[in-house]
Design a protein. Structure first.
Lengths: 194, 363
């Protein structure tokens, strides 16, 4: 009897090899993906980048942090690196944004750095909470399986969260001016997540 | 800059359009039917309707020499229409697919056509004399998702396909008894049916919307939802390509593209205007729009009288009605096709889009 009752709760899509749920997502990753990295490697980069930032080389810091994005890394590495990127972005004054951004987007791989920064802007906006976005992503917070959450997940402009959001939005505006809407579209299509 | 000849046919999206070889007939896919327009003077007027599909028609193609029309639809069927004294007569094609048919194109030889579908197969269809019907053979492996676009190589054997699994692939669709043995090329030497001559993926992935072989067939270009165009130059069979160049743009994604010469590509899509790309194996650049911006959109902005301004402010809360785009097309362009060419150099092309317009461009 117990198996008979279970029929209703079986997710039949997982049993069907042709179902979109079983689509092999790794096939969308290009062969140029960097090798896997861990959070300790990301922490090392973070110290390096903070040093650059302290010495006043904002453009260099942003360049390095975008070039070393752990596209093939695990979730821990990605979270640590996100915190570093947000720190760098917050460490640059609004008046300097345009100049720094132009410096980052020129040269070889400039377009890719722009796309990478856009990914971090969206990821930064998606991760809630004050501080540097080092908390777990939104997914885990939702109390119901519907995925909707009214209480959490909103930034009510209090504390660091709201301030971080306004910094990210400022960067977003500047980046769209320089890199165009194409880079927003690529955040959605690119499977090399940050 | 290009000049545009605009034909605003109706206020519905045009999924696909095709001109006959004499450019007098225009077939347009509209909802469940295909409408045929005849050129009368400088205008196109509706003369015939091809009715038979039960769901949205997704693609239509007129064979330049035989004049046969092939259509396919979301009702999983394809028809070949032939003109008889009593009117257009449809013949059902045995596609054997269980999902919508998405795209159809005649091969240059006109002996075959290929139908892409949501069933993760490409049906390569040919006419079987003894049974007097169109039958199909399936290209299956290694397609993992819906086919969105197809393009034929000039040799009528190689077929490029773009898919929602973000890959562009080149297949052999060689059918014994129909095709002549193709010349060996950089794509492959021996080409039995379903040989995979190339499989390409962009770094930033994205559904493939459009693909096209260069006039010589020695290069392939495809465009995807990552707002980029990729050009592939194959080196030798079974070898990685000689060059694979990705041009990522700051624009919205392109839907369709054609080569207008060996070193020039015209692509159009969600930005509502065609763009020109130029380059060769060492690199490609986006040149910019082919539209001259002082075009019809701009001069249709009428001089605003004070009365009109206050009336607009009263009615709509704004002083100017800026509902018109500055481009010729007023919505996404879905299909771009060669209209007229000479020795592989295109001097006229046609576009159709969601705004119900068909535009003929002279470049």
């Amino acid at each position: 009897m117990s198996t008979a009752q279970n029929y209703r709760t079986i997710n039949i899509d997982t049993l069907d090899p042709d179902s979109p749920q079983n689509f092999p997502l790794p096939t969308l990753l290009p062969s140029t993906l960097p090798p896997p990295s861990t959070s300790s490697a990301a922490a090392n980069t973070a110290t390096q980048v903070r040093q650059l930032l302290r010495s006043g080389d904002a453009t260099g810091a942003l360049r390095v942090v975008l070039d070393t994005a752990p596209l093939g890394g695990d979730e821990g590495a990605k979270q640590v690196h996100l915190a570093t990127v947000v720190d760098v972005l917050q460490g640059i004054r609004q008046g300097e944004m345009g100049r720094v951004l132009e410096g980052v987007l020129v040269g070889e791989g400039g377009g890719e750095r722009g796309d990478c920064l856009m990914k971090y802007l969206y990821k930064g906006m998606a991760s809630t909470g004050p501080g540097s976005g080092s908390q777990s992503p939104r997914k885990g917070i939702s109390p119901q399986s519907t995925g909707f959450s009214q209480v959490q997940g909103r930034n009510l402009g209090e504390g660091g969260g709201g301030q971080q959001m306004s910094v990210l939005l400022n960067w977003h505006e500047k980046l769209v001016e320089l890199a165009g809407t194409g880079s927003i579209v690529r955040v959605m299509t690119d499977r090399r997540t940050v | 800059m290009a000049t545009a000849e605009v034909h605003h046919l109706f206020h519905n999206p045009i999924a696909d359009h095709s001109f006959s070889s004499d450019k007098k007939t225009l077939a347009v896919a509209r909802d469940n039917n295909v409408e045929l327009y005849q050129k009368a003077g400088s205008k196109f007027s509706l003369t015939d309707e091809l009715k038979g599909h039960e769901k949205t028609v997704t693609s239509v193609d007129i064979a330049p020499n035989s004049g046969r029309i092939v259509t396919c639809s979301q009702d999983r069927n394809a028809y070949v229409w032939e003109q008889t004294p009593e009117g257009w007569k449809p013949t059902l094609v045995l596609l054997r697919i269980n999902r919508a048919a998405t795209f159809v194109r005649w091969s240059p030889s006109e002996q075959k056509f290929a139908v892409g579908s949501g069933a993760r197969v490409i049906a390569v269809c040919y006419f079987e004399e003894e049974n007097d019907w169109w039958i199909s053979k399936h290209l299956k492996k290694p397609i993992r998702s819906t086919i969105t676009t197809l393009a034929w190589h000039p040799n009528s054997v190689l077929l490029a396909a773009g898919s929602t699994d973000s890959h562009a692939r080149v297949f052999s669709s060689f059918i014994k008894g129909i095709d002549a043995r193709p010349e060996p090329s950089a794509w492959g030497e021996r080409l039995p049916f379903n040989t995979i001559c190339g499989e390409f993926l962009n770094d930033s992935a994205g559904w493939i919307h459009g693909a096209c072989f260069s006039p010589s067939g020695d290069a392939l270009a495809f465009t995807g939802h990552d707002s980029s165009v990729t050009v592939v130059y194959p080196s030798a069979p079974e070898q990685p390509p000689r060059a694979m160049l990705n041009i990522s743009t700051r624009l919205l994604p392109f839907n369709s593209l054609i080569w207008s010469g060996e070193n020039e590509i015209i692509a159009a899509g969600h930005d509502c205007e065609p763009y020109r790309l130029r380059g060769d194996e060492s690199g490609w650049q986006l040149e910019g729009s082919i539209e001259s911006k002082a075009g019809p959109g701009a001069d249709s902005i009428r001089e605003e009288s004070a009365l009109n301004m206050f009336r607009q402010m009263d009615l709509k809360g704004q002083s100017q009605a800026d509902t018109q785009l500055k481009t010729v097309h007023q919505n996404t362009i879905s299909t771009i096709r060669v209209y007229e060419d000479a020795n592989g150099v295109v001097n006229k092309l046609s576009t159709s889009g969601v705004d119900g317009r068909v535009v003929i461009w002279t470049i």
